[in-house]
Design a binder for this molecule. Structure first.
Ligand code: GLC
Length: 411
């Protein structure tokens, strides 16, 4: 039986993470070798006064969205019902750049046609592209590497906005100007920051995970940390096994311990070892299992039935619940420690309020992830932790990209 204390993260270890994370941030900013890319984004915080109608295209996983929204100034964002969701066909994820961007441009064309926006007026578009992009300007940047299982050929090293523009030309879409390219964390931060000036960290805890913040030394320019790749963490044999069998061993180590793409598989490895049950274990199961408070753990039983395990004992179900709790709790505490590191970098003594804008399925849907993060911050900062408020910034990434487009197009 696995000793689940393997997944514990004690207060002294959170302090080690904070220190190591700060060192890596400094190294990354100084362009020294670091697991944190610390990418300058050419974006600063909005004032809240930005106005106009914009289109946002939000691509960061196999589901992507296109929406129109209007910024009303005074920190208000108007809701528009003009929105469409699309699913990227699996084959495109390992195909070539042309097919990939043609598909996206085709979806944008459908959107414009559906809402009768394809002529008469030019639109500024904010493009949220949630991968490590080395920005060269507010609306240009080259892909450094793919993450989250994407592997489209011919994109790494190239400017994603040019690739998208070429596809738009092929599809005869001529009234859309891509005026901003943004990471989802940056969109999330900017969207919350538009309404609330205390907001100074944007975090994604979903399929992937990452965070950004405005860097004082760079006149408040927002830095995309790409924290998913942080690798100064104590790993267990299960983490090492998962990493070894992943498509990119050695990369995205933190992401493999925290995000929705991997948490379920990690718990699955422990379940396999302890109970000799070999199932494809999804992160969403963890939410159902950990929320099950019934005496007989009937929800755990029904999740197991779904995966083909018709019968299970209460002892097995209890064990599975414990494993899920241990794995997700560690993920929450790692995330909280890295947030603490960023806050301490901006405000050493925690002397002012900080709103942390967070989006993503793990944060939103998991029953105890947010709570465990909060209690970890309380351990780290004591009663001063009440100055830190974590808020769900739902769909912030798309909205934020539109706001960035607004700022950029005004300039
Ligand atoms: C991955 C990407 C990063 C993104 C995160 C959340 O870590 O590399 O750019 O922000 O996923 O979607």
């Amino acid at each position: 039986m696995t000793d689940l204390s393997l997944f514990e993260l004690h207060l002294n270890e959170t302090r080690d993470i904070i220190k190591a994370f700060q060192l890596e941030m400094d190294r990354g900013l100084a362009l020294k070798k670091s697991s944190l890319k610390m990418i300058p984004t050419y974006v600063t915080m909005p004032t809240g006064a930005e106005k106009g109608r914009f289109i946002a295209l939000d691509l960061g996983g196999t589901n992507f969205r296109i929406l129109e929204l209007s910024l009303k100034g005074g920190g208000r964002i108007g809701t528009s019902s003009n929105t469409m969701k699309f699913v990227l066909p699996q084959a495109l994820l390992t195909g070539d750049a042309k097919s990939f961007f043609d598909f996206i441009a085709g979806c944008l064309k459908k959107f414009l046609q559906k809402y009768k926006l394809e002529s008469g007026k030019d639109f500024n578009l904010g493009f949220t592209f949630s991968f490590p992009v080395k920005q060269t300007g507010v609306n240009s940047g080259r892909l450094v590497c793919w993450t989250k299982g994407f592997n489209v050929r011919g994109v790494v090293g190239n400017d994603v906005v040019s690739l998208f523009n070429e596809a738009l030309q092929r599809k005869n879409v001529d009234n859309v100007i891509i005026s901003a390219l943004a990471n989802d964390t940056v969109g999330t931060l900017v969207a919350k920051g538009y309404e609330n000036s205390d907001c100074d960290i944007g975090v994604i805890l979903g399929t992937g995970t990452n965070a950004c913040y405005p860097e004082e030394k760079l006149d408040g320019m927002i830095i995309n940390t790409e924290w998913g790749n942080f690798n100064k963490l104590k790993t267990s044999l299960y983490d090492r096994e998962l990493d070894k069998n992943s498509d990119r061993p050695g990369q995205q180590i933190l992401e493999k311990m925290v995000s929705g793409m991997y948490l379920g598989s990690l718990a699955g490895l422990v379940i396999k070892k302890d109970l000799k049950i070999n199932i494809e274990f999804k992160t969403e199961y963890m939410s159902v299992i950990e929320a099950d408070r019934s005496a007989g753990l009937s929800k755990v039983a029904s999740v197991l039935r779904k995966t083909g395990i018709a019968k299970s004992t209460i002892v097995e179900r209890r064990r599975i619940k414990k494993i899920c709790e241990a794995v997700s709790r560690r993920g929450a505490r790692i995330s909280a420690s890295c947030i603490a590191a960023i806050i301490k970098k901006m405000d050493k003594r925690l002397s002012r309020r900080h709103v942390v804008a967070i989006d993503g399925s793990v944060y939103e849907k998991h029953p105890t992830f947010a709570k465990n993060m909060k209690s970890c911050l309380r351990e780290i900062f004591g009663s001063r932790s009440s100055l830190i408020r974590m808020v769900l910034a739902k769909d912030g990434s798309g909205k934020g990209a539109a706001i960035i487009a607004a700022v950029a197009s005004r300039k």
